[in-house]
Structure formats: structure tokens, C-alpha cells
Design a binder for this molecule. Structure first.
Ligand SMILES: [Zn+2]
Length: 442
């Protein structure tokens, strides 16, 4: 048990700070944060948990964790819509033949759940979304004018991890993946891969996450890769070119490619310095061939598209695990489970505080009231240390419809009209700002 646990015994009230990088605490607390593990924090902050009856590697999300996840998913969907992606839904099951065609069955079956027999056929929990998306593409004819066709889905996939390696949100058996496939001409691959890297860069900025390194993941000796030397040469050359043009430092690592092609992987490091892949951009000539995909070119003939697989935040499980560790639970305001904690000074301001909470909720902000029954004002302020905004309502503020705002970083603002405060908070949340307050506007 860590020293921090001695200081903040669990279970704790909301926001009892388990150490945070941006909550204004002393350096020794920040140092302890580095020792933190998302599994412990996730339970202490009531974000997620597991139950042996559901099973190892199958965490469930508590309401506060679900709020973080929902905000993250909405961010990704909105960014994708702006970047010209269109969303689809596809089922998490597919017939075994589907994965035989895609190549997963021969190259990846060790990581797949055993098939389920349904009468004469067998269905499996999908190990990836690509085959479904390839079939959705194939279901309609496409002109070269529709390309690049960007298809996105936040969908479920499954991996039969051994129970010994499971833990928290980083190694799970049921995965919700932020996935997309871009069907394009070979000439469009570099621009699409470049645009995906740019989306990743912007997302990391909003999330307050720094990549540990960029990795060009190549095939290695002994791996199960599709045999097509010319395809590997072309796709590796394309990704190398994108990385070289981006100016980003990267390392080429053998043995880390997907079975169907090379990848650019964006690596992040956990509290213990262990690296994992969060985001990825991959080039694939193999599955378009396997599924006989085509588009009609300007010459009226059929041509084979290329598939670019890309994920901005990877799986929501791994992304949230990393965010918990990175921020020690003090999430950027747009991700915080509770964004505004409303603190009536006394019982008399409780009705005003509750009315203010309703106004927050009507504006789409996540707010809660912590009344005097939870202790002194000072104690309630401390309990809400992870909440980005604390709105103090005393007798004068209640009478004037004002709010005295305290920011998580320790700043205390002069009372100002409640409408003005809420509008500014809403604007900062909408902008996915890393800043808690727009000093220029105050
Ligand atoms: Zn894919």
C-alpha cells in the first residue's frame, strides 16, 4: 500500500485528492502521483470496478467513469465528423468464414475467443472491426469521386487474454475501440495518414497527454505475417515517407507490425514507465485484396482501393486508464465527472445552490451540490479538490444571483453574475481547453 493510501483512506468522498498533477498540491504529492496506478485510483474515485461473477478482464463503468468515457467518445465522434468521417454500427459477432477471408483466423486465432456453434455454422466474437467495414464498403458500388471514403465506428471487439495478465482497464477481454477505415487510392494514402496523425496530435493536446514516442512498427522474424514482399515494401515506404515529412522523431521497430501491414504507433508510458500503444495509423493492401474491394476509376475500369486503418485514442479502456494516471484523477474540465461543485455556505443558500445546479445541467454541464450536511465549507472545498470549478454561494451571492468561483488550481475569483460564470465555463468546456479560466476575458 502506498503512502498516499495512508493519507486518503478509501472509500473517500468525491474528489478527495489521491494526488494530482494539476490540482495545485505540493510537489511531494505530485511525486506520489507518479507512483499511482489507475486500478487503485479507478476504485477510489468510483470510476470503474470488476466483479468475479462477471469475470476477469471485464470491468464495468460506474456513473462517474461513464461520464468521463462519454465525454471522451463525444469528443472523438465530433472530431471525426469535422474531419469528414461518417459513422457506422456493425455487430460484434461474425461467421468464422469472415475471419478466414480476412486472415485473422490463420494469423490471429490465438487471441480470439473460441467459436460458438449455431446449428451448422460457427460464429465468433470479432477480434477487430476491419472485416465488417470492408463488407460495408463492398455492399455498395463506389466511384473514384467518393474516395477517400472515411468510415468510423466506436465499436466492441474481443481478445481472449489469459487471466494472469488481466488488470484494470489496460488488459481487458472486451474492448471498445475508436476505429476507422479509410478506403482510398494509393495516391491518397500519404495525405490520409498525415491527417490522421494531425488528429492524434490535436486530441493529445485536448487530453493533456504527451506521447512517449512514435514507432514505425515493422514485421519481424518468426511473426505471423501475410506473405507479400512487394505489398510490405510499398506500405512501409509510404509510412516512412509520412513520418519523415512530419518531422516527428520516431524509431523503427521490427516485430510490431499488424499481420497485414506496417503501422505508425503512438506510444504512451504508464506510471511505472511501461509503454503501450494508444493511437495507430496502418496501411493495408491485404484486406482489400481478400475482400475483392474495388472502385470505378476515371477510366471507367475497376481499381483496388487501399485501406488505411487508424485510431485516434485507441480503446476507450486504455485511453481512460492512461488519463487517470496522467492526471491523478484531476481531469481536464471537459472530461471531469463533475465539472462544477456548488457549495452553499449555509442551509439558507441551499435552494439557490440547487437552482444553480439545475441551470448548470440545463447548459449541459455536470454539477452537484455539496451542502453543509457534508461538513464545514473548508472541509467541502478540500473534498472537491479534483473538481475543476467550485461555486461558493453565500448570503450576498444568493441575493445578487452571483457566484464566488474557486478554481482547482487554487485561484479564487471575485463574485460575478452566475450567468456570466456559467457561460464562461461552458465556453471553456466546449473548446476542450486545458486552461481552467480565460484570464484575458476576466
Ligand atoms: Zn482495422
Amino acid at each position: 500500500m502506498s503512502r498516499r493510501a495512508d493519507r486518503c483512506p478509501s472509500p473517500k468522498p468525491r474528489g478527495e485528492c489521491p494526488g494530482a498533477s494539476s490540482c495545485g498540491h505540493s510537489p511531494d504529492v505530485r511525486e506520489e502521483t507518479a507512483m499511482h496506478d489507475h486500478r487503485k485510483l479507478g476504485r477510489e474515485l468510483d470510476l470503474f470496478d470488476t466483479d468475479p461473477l462477471i469475470g476477469a478482464g471485464l470491468p464495468y463503468w460506474l456513473p462517474d467513469g461513464a461520464a468521463v468515457r462519454h465525454a471522451l467518445e463525444e469528443y472523438v465522434r465530433a472530431a471525426e465528423r469535422r474531419a469528414g468521417y461518417r459513422h457506422v454500427y456493425s455487430p460484434v459477432l461474425g461467421k468464422r468464414e469472415l475471419y478466414e477471408i480476412s486472415g485473422h483466423w490463420s494469423h490471429y486465432s490465438d487471441d480470439m475467443f473460441p467459436p460458438m456453434s449455431l446449428g451448422a455454422e460457427q460464429v465468433v466474437l470479432r477480434p477487430s472491426l476491419c472485416p465488417h467495414h470492408a463488407l460495408i464498403y463492398r455492399s455498395r458500388s463506389h466511384s473514384h469521386r467518393e474516395l477517400p471514403l472515411r468510415m468510423a465506428e466506436l465499436g466492441g471487439m474481443y481478445r481472449s487474454e489469459l487471466s494472469g495478465v488481466l488488470g484494470g482497464l489496460t488488459r481487458v477481454r472486451a474492448i471498445q475501440l475508436n476505429d476507422a477505415h479509410i478506403f482510398c487510392t494509393p495516391d491518397q494514402v500519404a495525405d490520409e495518414a498525415w491527417a490522421a496523425l494531425e488528429m492524434i496530435r490535436r486530441a493529445y493536446e485536448a487530453l493533456g497527454v504527451a506521447p512517449a514516442r512514435y514507432r514505425l512498427s515493422l514485421p519481424g522474424p518468426g511473426g505471423k505475417y501475410v506473405v507479400a514482399p512487394e505489398m510490405w515494401r510499398r506500405s512501409t515506404a509510404l509510412l516512412t515517407d509520412v513520418l519523415d515529412r512530419s518531422g516527428l522523431p520516431y524509431e523503427a521497430v521490427e516485430g510490431e507490425a499488424a499481420f497485414y501491414g506496417p503501422k505508425i504507433d503512438v506510444q504512451v508510458a504508464d506510471a511505472a514507465g511501461r509503454e503501450s500503444t494508444l493511437s495507430t495509423v496502418q496501411v493495408d493492401f491485404h484486406q482489400p485484396e481478400q475482400f475483392d474491394l474495388h472502385y470505378i476509376g476515371a477510366d471507367g475500369a475497376r481499381h483496388r482501393p487501399v485501406m488505411v486503418h487508424r485510431s485516434v485514442i485507441g480503446s476507450v479502456e486504455r485511453a481512460v486508464a492512461h488519463l487517470i494516471e496522467q492526471h491523478g484523477g484531476a481531469f481536464p474540465a471537459w472530461l471531469a465527472p463533475v465539472q462544477v461543485e456548488i457549495l452553499p455556505v449555509s442551509e439558507a443558500e441551499l435552494p439557490n445552490a440547487e437552482a444553480l445546479a439545475r441551470r448548470c445541467v440545463d447548459l449541459g454541464l455536470r454539477a452537484e451540490v455539496a451542502g453543509p450536511e457534508r461538513g464545514s465549507l473548508g472541509a467541502r472545498v478540500r473534498q472537491a479538490r479534483l473538481v475543476p470549478y467550485q461555486a461558493v454561494v453565500g448570503a450576498k451571492e444568493a441575493a445578487d444571483d452571483h457566484v464566488a468561483l474557486r478554481l482547482r488550481d487554487g485561484r479564487r475569483l471575485a463574485p460575478r453574475p452566475a450567468d456570466d460564470v456559467l457561460a464562461r465555463v461552458r465556453a471553456l468546456v466546449d473548446a476542450h481547453s486545458a486552461d481552467l479560466w480565460d484570464a484575458a476575458a476576466s
